[in-house]
Design a protein around this ligand. Structure first.
Ligand code: SF4
Length: 454
């Protein structure tokens, strides 16, 4: 069966015809971008911090094994149990076994793209556990039975009305139009789950090698609740999350929230060092940290693509991407969307299996301009495009098309004739132009002539 990633074009076309979704995505991503711009305008050292952040990540990825060993030793000294998982299946199995042997029936989760990546919810549900997402956006898409459409705002594609209708259908509450009321409905529903759950699961934004601490940034307080209230806390942490220590963390704390939502700082910054201690009022009895590889060690060996491991999952590149703004996250067919998704999904799933994603870019460079760790996203996409061609070659008609296009582009007369033909042809051949592409009645040359040469 074809994966959704293989059906990218079909999914993208579908998204382009959904006016509601386009409006919701475009509004939200433009708002996030505007807030980011304002936040950086008030941070004169912002560009220096980005350069420093990139250097920290480069060094951390280079010395990853050393830092991971240091992290694991420090975390175990504090009483945490650290497990290295080579892949998602192993991580899911570890958590299932732990839940089963601990007599857990219900699990609450803070938002975590890494657990989305390994399909943890599905695995736990199949094994008979009840799982509840506690981040509001994640809770909404869980009720809708959908995957996230944005790294930091998973339900960004949904309008307020759609959420109100969903709550009526799934939670049996009256139709509320006020967003605050809708939030209170979710809050009340989830509050009792924290008390019932025996296991809380989170991801982590950073793992500090020198102290064995995991760091979680969030705005709703749900991750803190999920990690402190249940008896057991499991953190699923990608290998690339390890950084040297607290002084490096300071750099990322200044950049991450600003890049994501334009906030100076996330509302809650939790530094978790070991399980709860005697005499502490909260904190779990057991803390398990799963250091997840799932392909990351292989990406690290790839000199051309390893910078993708620097990603902080801030979502800034999605918000400025003209392709993401038109088609939203679901069209990308897997967990990670937007420019970073187009660069990472082929590495996770295989270059040819996700071959349409690196092609779905204008290479405008807006993503690289906002990335807090200066990942050269257009370069990564070009590398992947080259590898796709190397792997599958060009078909005969592609070669002819490229030759024809090159000839046409090098002759102004030919280029104009081609445009005129496309303009005339679009009325007679439906689907001649890709959805969303329009040819104005007058092109730039014609406007120029009319304005200056008459
Ligand atoms: S690639 Fe950069 S901008 Fe995009 S999510 Fe990752 S850190 Fe943020």
């Amino acid at each position: 069966m074809k994966s959704k990633t293989e059906q990218f074009k079909k999914e993208a076309r579908r998204a382009l015809t959904s006016g509601n979704m386009q409006l919701a995505i475009s509004r939200a991503s433009k708002r996030f971008s505007q807030l980011r711009r304002q936040a950086f305008a008030h941070l004169p050292e912002g560009e220096d911090l980005r350069t420093r952040a990139q250097a920290i990540k480069a060094e951390a990825v280079e010395r990853q094994e050393e830092y991971l060993e240091q992290f694991a030793a420090a975390a175990e000294k504090l009483g945490a149990r650290v497990h290295r998982s080579p892949d998602g299946a192993d991580a899911c199995r570890y958590i299932e076994d732990l839940a089963r042997t601990s007599g857990v029936r219900m699990v609450v989760k803070g938002k975590s793209m890494t657990t989305e990546e390994i399909g943890l919810n599905g695995a736990l549900e199949q094994a008979g556990f009840q799982v509840w997402e506690t981040d509001l956006g994640e809770f909404i898409i869980q009720l809708a039975g959908e995957p996230p459409s944005h790294i930091i705002a998973p339900a960004l594609h949904k309008t307020q009305q759609e959420i109100a209708d969903l709550f009526v259908e799934k939670l049996g509450v009256p139709l509320y139009e006020d967003p605050q009321k809708l939030t209170m409905v979710a809050r009340e529903f989830l509050r009792e789950k924290y008390f019932q759950a025996g296991l809380g699961i989170s991801g982590a934004n950073f793992a500090l090698a020198e102290t064995g601490t995991i760091v979680i940034l969030e705005n709703e307080g749900n991750a803190r609740f999920s990690t402190t209230f249940p008896r057991i806390h499991v953190a699923v942490v990608g290998l690339e999350k390890v950084i040297p220590g607290l002084s490096e963390l300071r750099v990322f704390l200044k950049l991450l929230a600003r890049s994501a939502t334009g906030q100076k700082m996330s509302t809650y910054v939790s530094l978790i060092s070991g399980p709860g201690r005697k005499n502490e009022v909260d904190g779990p009895e057991e803390l398990h940290i799963i250091l997840l590889d799932n392909g990351r060690a292989r990406f690290r060996q790839d000199a051309e693509l390893r910078t993708s491991l620097y990603c902080l999952r801030c979502g800034a590149c999605l918000n400025v991407c003209p392709v993401y703004q038109r088609i939203g996250g679901h069209a990308y067919g897997w967990v990670y969307s937007g420019p970073i998704g187009s660069a990472m999904t082929p590495q996770f799933l295989g270059t040819l299996r996700a071959k349409d994603l690196p092609l779905a870019s204008t290479l405008c460079g807006a993503c690289a301009e906002v990335c807090p760790v200066r990942i050269p996203l257009p370069d990564l996409l070009l590398t992947l495009r080259r590898r796709i061609v190397e792997a599958k070659g060009h078909s005969g008609w592609e070669r002819s098309l490229i030759k024809g296009w090159a000839a046409c582009q090098s002759s102004p007369g030919c280029y104009r004739i081609a445009l005129e033909l496309a303009r005339l042809g679009k009325d007679f051949v439906p689907g001649l132009l890709p959805p969303g592409i329009e040819l104005p009645d007058k092109n730039f040359h014609r406007l120029w002539q009319d304005e200056y040469q008459d």
